[in-house]
Design a protein. Structure first.
Length: 256
């Protein structure tokens, strides 16, 4: 758990010392750094995983299964969003340390959700701006993804949203149905005691709330990483997926 600009340096050093590494998101601040980390893990035969708890969320896993089973018909629209107001100080306000602003930090969780729901995309266009937080980097992002499936994804992520309402973190609309998050079933909010143990609330499929297995996403994330080490199996969240998420962020920033 280090500032983003230190991920590559410490991870590569640890891997070369024969240590397995679980590193916080984002994997790095550039694709080249992330690629070096992945390459070093393969060369050293050590495990490397990025801490992306949203990937392990039970609701998102259930929704991706609904999509693949055709329960929504042909998906044409995906909305993923989160908004809050950020008024803190510290390294998270510095673009040179963060590798950007809000999107590369908290926003990469929602990029991961968008790509897990939508799959591969062939185009992304975006509006990125600083509109009113303590960040020196960007704090407000709107992005449109054009997925290879034909669906369109809209991502809204802001750290400059005062008095933010409770709205679904995701909505997926298809020709035969809709599924979205029931915000009333979310676990506790971030950064309180106890902090929330799932990323999203239960899914609502065609107006009917669905029950899914609930578990602590942090325990599942860390526990599955340890099991991968014990059993010498691939890590459950491949670092290539973390690099995929970073690539999307950097494309939204217009850097690649």
């Amino acid at each position: 758990m280090l500032p983003h600009n230190l991920h590559r340096e410490v991870t590569v050093a640890a891997l070369k010392k024969g240590k397995h590494v679980l590193v916080e998101k984002p994997i790095a601040t550039t694709l080249e750094e992330g690629e070096e980390m992945i390459r070093t893990a393969k060369e050293s035969k050590m495990k490397l995983m990025v801490g992306e708890q949203y990937f392990f969320d039970p609701t998102i896993r259930a929704v991706t299964s609904m999509i693949s089973q055709g329960k929504l018909g042909k998906v044409h629209s995906i909305i993923v969003r989160d908004q809050r107001y950020y008024d803190h100080v510290g390294w998270r306000t510095e673009p040179s340390i963060m590798g950007g602003g809000a999107l590369i930090d908290g926003g990469i969780h929602y990029v991961d959700t968008m790509l897990n729901l939508g799959g591969d995309y062939d185009q992304v266009t975006a509006s990125v701006s600083h509109v009113g937080s303590t960040l020196k980097g960007e704090d407000n992002t709107m992005a449109l993804f054009r997925f290879k499936s034909g669906a369109t994804g809209f991502l809204f992520y802001s750290w400059a949203y005062r008095g933010n309402p409770s709205v679904p973190g995701f909505e997926v609309v298809g020709s035969e149905g809709t599924v979205y998050e029931d915000v009333t079933t979310r676990s506790q909010a971030d950064f309180v005691d106890p902090s929330r143990t799932t990323a999203y609330g239960l899914p609502v499929l065609n107006g009917r709330r669905m029950e899914v297995e609930r578990y602590d996403v942090f325990q599942e994330e860390i526990g599955s990483f340890l099991r991968a080490i014990e059993r010498d199996e691939p890590v459950p969240f491949p670092p290539e997926l973390a690099l995929r998420d970073l690539r999307a962020v950097l494309q939204i920033y217009g850097r690649i």
